[in-house]
Ligand binder design. Structure first.
Ligand code: TXA
Ligand code: MG
Length: 347
C-alpha cells in the first residue's frame, strides 16, 4: 500500500482525509498530545485494520475522538454530570474520560469492555478532520505497538509507511505525551494514565480524584488492570533502559559512577555537558515539566537509532507536576527505577 503524506494546513487535503475516513480508510492525524491513527469509530472492519497496522493486542481499547459535545450522546449511555463540568474546564484538550458505552459502539473499539474512552482534541486540524469525516474517530497513538508515541509526521512514517492510506502532517505536537485518562465509572474517580491535565487540576473541579497505583509500579501477578494498556510494555526503545529518579545533580552523579562501556544517556538539558564523550541526548529542562514531556519521545527515538548496551535516563523525582513524564520513563524502563538523593546515593 502507498502511504500519501498530506498537509493538515490545506483545506482540500483535509476534506480528502475526511472522505477517506468515512469510506473506511486509515489516516494518521496530528493532535496536541501525539499523532493518532484514526478510523471511523462505527466501522468495525476499519477498526480491525488499525489494530493490525499497529500490531496492537485486540483487548487494548481505543479512544474515540469528537469535535462537538453533541457527539457524546452517540457514544455514552448516560453523560455523567461530572463529565460536563470537566468538559467545561478541560475540553477541547488533553483529557480523556471513560463512561458506559451505548450498545451501538462496536466492541472492536472497546476491546470488548462495556465502557468507552472519549476525548475532544484541541488541535485545529484534528477537529477539522473529525468534522470532515462527519463521524467520531477511534484513534490510538500512531506508532507500532510498544514503540514510543509519534510527536511528528516523520515518526509516523518511520513506523507505519505502507500500512496506512494517509498521514496528515501538522508539525510537531505541543504536549508530546498522551492525554490524561480518567475513569468516571467507579468511585473514587481514578486517573488511569497521567497526562498534562494533572490530578491537582482535576481536583479543582471534582471533590475527589485518585491516581491508580498501577501508574508507577508494575501490575502484581493476578492483579486485573483497570486499563488494559497497563498490562503491556510501552514506549520502549530497543536497548534496555534504567530510570534514575531524583534531583538532576544526584542522578548525574549516579550515572557517571555506574555507566558501563557501550552505554548511553538520556539527560536533562542542564547536564548534557557532563556526558560530552558519551552517546547522550537531552530531552528538556529539569525545571520545566512541559519541556521534558515535549522532548521525551523524540529523544528516545533518537537514542534508538543505534544499539546501545544500556541506557540510563535522568528521571524527575516523584511529584504530580512531573507524573506524566515519570510514568512514561518508568514504563519504558520496564519499571527498572533507581531512586537517588542529591549526592547520587541510592535511597
Ligand atoms: O493523547 C492521546 O490520548 C492519544 C491521541 C491520539 O488522542 N491517544 C492515545 O491512545 O494515546 P492509545 O490507544 O495509545 O492509548 C489509550 C489508552 C490505553 O492505555 C487504553 O488501554 C486506555 O487508554 N483505554 C482506552 N479505552 C479504555 C477503556 N474503556 N477503559 C480503560 N482504559 C481504556
Ligand atoms: Mg499508545
Amino acid at each position: 500500500m502507498q502511504t500519501t503524506l498530506f498537509s493538515a494546513k490545506d483545506t482540500d487535503q483535509l476534506a480528502a482525509a475526511g472522505a477517506l475516513l468515512r469510506a473506511g480508510g486509515l489516516v494518521a492525524i496530528p493532535t496536541e498530545t501525539v499523532y493518532g491513527l484514526a478510523c471511523s469509530a462505527f466501522r468495525p472492519e476499519a477498526v480491525a485494520r488499525v489494530f493490525a497496522a499497529k500490531g496492537r493486542p485486540s483487548d487494548n481499547p481505543l479512544i474515540v475522538h469528537i469535535s462537538d459535545l453533541s457527539e457524546l450522546s452517540l457514544l455514552w449511555q448516560e453523560i455523567p454530570p461530572e463529565a460536563l463540568r470537566l468538559a467545561e474546564a478541560f475540553w477541547p484538550g488533553p483529557l480523556t474520560m471513560i463512561a458506559r458505552k451505548r450498545p451501538e459502539v462496536p466492541g472492536e473499539v472497546t476491546g470488548g469492555l462495556d465502557t468507552v474512552a472519549v476525548r475532544f482534541p484541541a488541535h485545529p486540524a484534528a477537529q477539522a478532520v473529525i468534522r470532515a469525516a462527519g463521524v467520531p474517530l477511534a484513534a490510538p497513538s500512531a506508532n507500532l505497538s510498544g514503540s514510543p508515541s509519534p510527536t511528528c509526521a516523520e515518526h509516523v512514517r518511520s513506523d507505519l509507511d505502507g500500512r496506512i492510506e494517509m498521514i496528515l502532517d501538522g508539525g510537531a505536537c505541543d504536549f508530546g505525551v498522551e492525554s490524561t485518562v480518567l475513569d468516571l465509572t467507579r468511585r473514587p474517580f481514578a486517573v488511569l494514565r497521567p497526562g498534562s491535565v494533572t490530578p491537582e487540576m482535576l481536583r479543582g473541579v471534582l471533590s475527589e480524584v485518585i491516581t491508580d497505583p498501577a501508574v508507577l509500579r508494575p501490575l502484581d501477578r493476578g492483579e486485573t488492570a483497570r486499563s488494559p494498556g497497563m498490562k503491556y510494555r510501552h514506549y520502549a526503545p530497543q536497548s534496555p533502559v534504567t530510570a534514575v529518579s531524583g534531583p538532576g545533580c544526584g542522578s548525574a552523579a549516579y550515572i557517571r559512577a555506574h555507566l558501563l562501556e557501550g552505554g548511553a544517556v538520556l539527560c536533562f538539558d542542564e547536564f548534557l555537558r557532563d556526558f560530552a564523550r558519551i552517546p547522550s541526548v537531552a530531552y528538556g529542562s529539569e525545571t520545566d515539566a512541559a519541556s521534558l514531556a515535549r522532548g521525551l519521545y523524540a529523544s528516545l527515538r533518537l537514542l534508538d537509532r543505534e544499539p546501545h548496551a544500556h541506557i540510563f535516563a535522568q528521571c524527575p523525582p516523584l511529584s504530580e507536576e512531573y507524573l506524566a513524564v515519570t510514568n512514561r520513563l518508568c514504563r519504558s524502563a520496564g519499571f527498572r527505577v533507581i531512586h537517588v538523593d542529591e549526592k547520587g546515593a541510592e535511597i
